[in-house]
Design a protein around this ligand. Structure first.
Ligand code: CU
Length: 546
């Protein structure tokens, strides 16, 4: 009796502490909306703007971005039109929510081109907030990289911006807004960018699977979504009585547990649980799956019973990938994994998630092999090893070694600072606005050591470059050469990576747990021998690169 009372009291205390921490955090993070021009409301929700006639594709509202890139003579040009607009989407049975979308859907229209194409994307903003597009992982000119205040001014309501790049590199990428990312990506401003290789043997099935998490409030049909600063009805989001006991006053762990708990709807391609679109594949067919994590949580994906090969990571092929079976593919925010297998099953099955997340019963992707409605359930208690990327495959083009000569040897200490009861995520002890840029020159060979000295995961993403993974916790990488643009560094881990500074421009690196980026974990990477057409204007305070 006494025990129970204490348990209940402790529980209530934990809820209060956690919630207070979140409110504190939100207050510190809350972004004050700027006075901006009212946008014309979209005439019909979910209208596909692609079919609308448009002005000439030279109609860029931003002079500095004109004539930066051109198609080579004879290069095929693929044009796309995306309109950022608000619309209601149905992500689970019984509720819909107001999302921010490209072309009225979440994810936005898949941009799929062939290697060698010139890609031109006209983005029109019909929202009431400025937006951009960042082409996550794609090595393009920095003028097209979409970081507001660094590469361009954010595209205001009513404005149009044309992104253009040469799709010379094949693979699985994605695009998302980089304006107030922790809010805008969260609200649905993302989609896939797929570049099919030249001379490609198409698989029988090719599916893109974008993972995400959302917040649903319990007491209304209308779901709230938007994380920090995105929604005004966060105070309603205290459902149920299964709140975790959080943090013991530890701001970092309180936030972590609050996030794990609040983001309570998991989606695949914008649909949760029973609404997730089944994948169709016949016994004997070759299937390619492209996983993209657009959310905040890492997800441990399991493809039961199939002999799979992990053929790519962050868009880059892995050489000589051996067959693995019943391993967990841990996919962190911003990362992509490409998997291929030949279906060996007469029965329907689920691709599901095995990790510490709380709502995994919603993350089950049906694979329909036969016509029946019966789907094979796997043993819930089974446990599987986690796939180890840095001891997988073999061979590849090894550009860098641990004992090589480097022009820059830079340490990135990832940590937190809770001074003044304010939660900051830091790089080398500083937050974004106080942190000096990492300065590079074209041609530099750079070694970078990421150390996670905090208690939470940091999937670090670098713009404009791929780095080769050299070691983890002092152990040199075995297996194939692995190059990535997004790397999960778990608490206590140290990774050494290397890259060549071969893409002169203005770039950033940041944590792709975007709340961490917005709370400081972001850094500018500046080429000292590069001059940009775009001159940042500190008075343009509507630019919010985090
Ligand atoms: Cu982080």
């Amino acid at each position: 009796m006494g025990n129970r009372a204490i348990t209940v009291l402790a529980f209530i205390a934990a809820v209060v502490v956690t919630f207070a921490a979140l409110i504190t955090y939100q207050n510190t993070q809350r972004i004050i909306p700027q006075a901006i021009v009212e946008a014309p409301k979209p005439s019909s929700q979910g209208h596909n703007m692609q079919s609308m006639p448009s002005k000439t594709s030279q109609a860029n509202n931003h002079d500095y971005a004109k004539n930066i890139v051109h198609p080579k003579p004879g290069q095929p040009v693929k044009t796309f039109k995306l309109t950022a607009l608000e619309t209601n989407i149905r992500i689970k049975d019984g509720s819909s929510l107001a999302a921010w979308t490209y072309n009225g859907t979440v994810p936005g229209q898949e941009i799929r081109v062939q290697q060698g194409d010139f890609v031109q994307v006209e983005l029109k903003n019909n929202l009431r907030e400025p937006v951009t597009i960042h082409w996550h992982g794609y090595p393009l000119k920095s003028a097209m990289d979409g970081v507001p205040g660094l590469n361009q001014n954010a595209i205001k309501p009513g404005e149009t911006f044309i992104y253009a790049f040469s799709a010379d590199m094949a693979g699985t990428y994605w695009y998302h807004s980089h304006q107030e990312s922790s809010v805008q990506v969260d609200k649905g401003l993302y989609g896939a960018l797929i570049v099919e290789p030249k001379d490609w043997t198409k698989p029988d099935r090719d599916y893109t699977l974008i993972l995400d998490e959302w917040i649903e409030t319990p007491d209304s049909e209308q779901s709230a979504h938007g994380g920090h600063g995105g929604s005004s009805n966060q105070s309603n989001s205290m459902p149920g009585m299964n709140m975790p006991a959080a943090g013991n006053g530890d701001l970092v762990m309180s936030e972590e547990e609050m996030m794990a708990y609040m983001y309570n709807v998991y989606t695949v391609n914008g649909k949760s649980a029973g609404l997730i679109e089944p994948l169709e594949a016949k016994n004997g067919e070759r299937v390619r799956l492209r996983f993209i994590n657009a959310g905040y949580r890492k997800h441990g994906i399991h493809i039961p019973g199939q002999e799979i090969r992990v053929i790519g990571s962050d868009g880059q092929d892995i050489t000589n990938p051996q067959i693995i079976k019943d391993q967990i593919l841990m996919i962190s925010p911003g990362e992509r994994y490409d998997v291929e297998f030949v279906v060996k099953s007469d029965q329907n099955f689920f691709i599901d998630a095995h990790d510490e997340n709380k709502y995994n019963e919603q993350l089950k992707i049906p694979v329909k092999v036969n016509e029946s409605d019966k789907i094979m359930e796997e043993d819930k208690n089974a446990s599987y090893p986690v796939f180890n990327l840095i001891s997988y495959g073999n061979g590849g083009n090894k550009l860098f070694t641990l004992d090589g000569k480097y022009d820059v040897d830079y340490k990135v200490d990832l940590s937190t600072d809770t001074g003044n009861n304010e939660l900051k995520y830091t790089i080398n002890g500083k937050i974004f606005k106080d942190l000096p840029p990492l300065k590079l020159k074209t041609g530099y060979i750079v070694k970078m050591t990421y150390v996670n000295n905090s208690k939470v995961d940091h999937p670090m993403h670098m713009h404009g470059h791929f780095f080769q993974i050299l070691s983890r916790n002092g152990q040199p990488s075995k297996g194939a050469v692995i190059v990535k643009d997004t790397l999960l560094i778990n608490p206590g881990e140290e990774y050494v990576v290397a890259f060549k500074a071969d893409n002169p421009g203005n770039w950033v690196q940041h944590c792709h747990e975007l709340h961490h980026a917005s709370a400081g974990m972001m850094q500018i990477i500046e080429y000292t021998d590069f001059t940009s057409n775009y001159e940042p204007d500190p008075n343009k305070t509507f630019n919010k690169p985090e």
